[in-house]
Design a binder for this molecule. Structure first.
Ligand code: AMP
Ligand code: MG
Length: 317
């Protein structure tokens, strides 16, 4: 069995990660949402490496991770509405789109040369510690190959990433779903991507928040592409029966059964538990000897909305 890291090992690994990032190379690190694939946000070559190894289209911008709000304010304008959200949810699973100042040295290719950049302060102690040790922010998308399933545990990482990039193991991600992305820069604040913070919770702070409608999946920014977060096997959502040779991703109690393999996101119907298990279970079922994955209906409220968003995208071929 792999020995559990003691405090000293963590310190040593953070120091290693710091050196690697300072040298313009990449590091996989844990956050409370999913694992991130990080590079120095002011180093153009490091950012190019992220796009290359992920096969990510260069017009799909990255999220920039900061240690605290002071370091964000050096580079970005934060208006009142954004402040309100930042005060409530940072550090945590919120990403805010903010306007970059002319004086910023954050690489333009991180945001496809746009001045509106996605920013976040993660809460995970390892991510925090790493950022506290650095003089620059970390550009980091999820640590997966583009369009594939996100990683919420080290074992989910693709061989290509695991074999080539130094990694900090932070155990299983706390939320297991990506951050909620909000643009409150101008006009009515909008949720661009549902995530670990639900619409219902955000509505308590900004009652008129708009959930960007992706229902027809047209006109999407690259990261909101229709096919995303996908297993290799075909996924069939809202299934009310399971086909022969299909695996089953179940939710709650019902009569669904698979002869191949089945996992239940939450037998008690708890959406937080389901969120934590979603990618983990999809990774496991994706490796089963089945022809596809049938997914039971998940209630479309609170975190269920985020889970359904991911499942819908994962089901597109
Ligand atoms: P990932 O890094 O894999 O979690 O994906 C980041 C998500 O943030 C993608 O859906 C991007 O399209 C989105 N994103 C990043 N930067 C911006 C931005 N400046 N404006 C709008 N969306 C963004
Ligand atoms: Mg991603």
């Amino acid at each position: 069995m792999k020995p559990i890291l003691n405090k000293n090992d963590v310190e040593i690994n953070i120091k290693k990660a710091k050196k690697i990032l300072e040298n313009g190379d990449l590091v996989i690190f844990p956050t409370e949402t999913v694992y991130g694939l990080g590079g120095n946000a002011i180093d153009e070559n490091a950012i190019k490496k992220i796009y290359k190894i992920k096969n990510r289209p260069s017009n799909n911008p990255l999220i920039c991770h900061f240690k605290n709000i002071d370091s964000i304010e050096k580079d970005f304008v934060i208006n009142d509405k954004s402040y309100e959200l930042a005060n409530q949810f940072w550090p945590g699973p919120l990403t805010l789109i903010l306007e970059k100042k002319e004086t910023s040295n954050i690489s333009p290719i991180l945001s496809n040369h746009k001045k509106f950049v996605a920013c976040r302060i993660p809460k995970h102690p390892t991510a925090q510690k790493l950022l506290q040790n650095l003089e620059f922010p970390i550009a980091a998308p999820s640590a997966n190959i583009s369009t594939k399933l996100s990683s919420t545990r080290i074992i989910h990482l693709s061989k290509k990433l695991k074999d080539n990039i130094f990694l900090l193991d932070g155990g299983k991600s706390f939320y297991g779903l990506e951050s909620t992305i909000i643009n409150a820069c101008n006009g009515n604040p909008k949720i661009l991507r549902l995530g670990s913070i639900t619409l219902e919770v955000i509505e308590k702070i900004i009652p008129n928040i708009i959930l960007e409608n992706h229902s027809n999946f047209s006109n999407l920014s690259p990261g909101q592409q229709i096919k995303h977060y996908s297993p290799n096997l075909p996924l069939r959502i809202n299934a009310n029966s399971v086909l022969k040779d299909e695996a089953l991703l179940n939710f709650g109690t019902n009569n669904l059964k698979s002869e191949i393999m089945e996992l239940n996101l939450s037998t008690s119907g708890n959406l937080e538990e389901a969120g934590k298990n979603l990618y983990d279970f999809l990774h496991i079922l994706d490796n089963s000897q089945s022809i596809g994955i049938a997914v039971a209906p998940v209630p479309d409220h609170n975190l269920g909305k985020t889970i359904n968003d991911r499942l819908t995208r994962a089901s597109k071929s």
